[in-house]
Each structure stands twice: as structure tokens, then as C-alpha cells.
Design a protein around this ligand. Structure first.
Ligand code: 2AL
Length: 164
């Protein structure tokens, strides 16, 4: 999509055009409502500013749309396709890595009560495993900040890639 097209869509269509970036209707609604944008940079900056205000409730809600690392997203929707693409580094069958991620995910969920979230694009499976193990040592407050930052990165990447 081109920025000029996005600027001219109806409100509902504009929300729908960015809904795959994150499962937070408030974010897509505010971003759509602030159109028109003079440049892609202006759009990305505002999107990031909105994302910087996310809290624990937003994280919990948005996580529903993110499958575990190492678990191939099923489904035909746009989010599932994006997730499979982002996690392509762990889509092969390295069963040792998969098992280590499964164990790490289980430890993480027990410790923090939610799914481990990381920006997968640009990271190998080993890098994600190392991050998972490092973050297990965080205290809950620190870890919430890290997870929110990852959600912000995933969202902005998806938004950037929605435009040409
Ligand atoms: C994901 C996902 O689906 N895409 C991504 O970058 N990270 N999932 C996750 N649990 O971190």
C-alpha cells in the first residue's frame, strides 16, 4: 500500500489495513484517526509514540495473536502468515533447538504467567534461545518492559512492511 492510499481510505478501511500489525484496536484506531500523514516517517514516528504508552494490559491482549517461538502458527490469516515468515529461522526441524525452546517457553510461562515474546525477524533460533534464557533471570518489572519493547519492535516492523 502507498501512503497516499492509506491517507485516503475510510476510517474503517484504514483501521483494517493496519490491524495485522498488533491486536490492539486502540492503537490502529488512533493511528487511523491521525491521518493524513505527510510522510512515511511521520506515520512511523506517531505509531511508535503510541506504542511507547502500552502497559501490562496491552501486552496481555496483544499476546493472544503471537504463537510461541518454535510453534508454527496455524491458520490462514494474515497474522499467521506473518508469524511464520518472522519465525522462519526456527521452522526447520532441528529437534534439539525445538526441544530447548519448548523447555524454555514452559519455564518462562511458569515464571511470568504469559507467553515469551521476542522480535523474531533478524534473529536465529539460537539467538532467540539465548535471549529466552537471559530474560528468565529478569525480575517481573524488568521483563515486562523488555516484552513491551519487543512488541513495539514487531509492530513497527509489520507497519513498515505494509507500505512501499
Ligand atoms: C513472535 C511472532 O509470532 N513473531 C515474532 O516476531 N515473535 N512470537 C513470539 N512468541 O515472540
Amino acid at each position: 500500500m502507498k501512503l497516499e492510499q492509506f491517507n485516503q481510505l475510510t476510517d474503517a478501511a484504514a483501521r483494517a489495513a493496519i490491524a495485522h500489525c498488533v491486536a490492539l484496536a486502540g492503537w490502529s484506531g488512533e493511528l487511523a484517526a491521525a491521518r493524513p500523514y505527510a510522510s512515511l516517517d511521520a506515520l512511523l514516528q506517531y505509531a511508535d509514540k503510541l506504542a511507547s504508552h502500552w502497559d501490562a494490559d496491552d501486552l496481555q491482549q496483544a499476546l493472544a495473536a503471537h504463537p510461541r517461538i518454535g510453534e508454527r502458527a496455524s491458520g490462514a490469516g494474515k497474522e499467521a502468515a506473518l508469524s511464520r515468515q518472522e519465525q522462519s529461522a526456527v521452522n526447520d526441524d532441528d529437534s534439539r533447538l525445538k526441544q530447548a525452546l519448548r523447555n524454555g517457553n514452559a519455564d518462562y510461562e511458569q515464571r511470568f504467567g504469559r507467553v515469551f515474546l521476542i522480535r523474531a525477524r533478524g534473529r536465529s533460533g539460537e539467538e532467540m534461545l539465548a535471549e529466552l534464557q537471559r530474560r528468565l533471570a529478569n525480575d517481573p518489572q524488568q521483563e515486562q518492559q523488555e516484552a513491551l519493547m519487543q512488541l513495539r519492535e514487531i509492530t513497527l516492523l509489520r507497519l513498515r512492511e505494509s507500505f512501499q
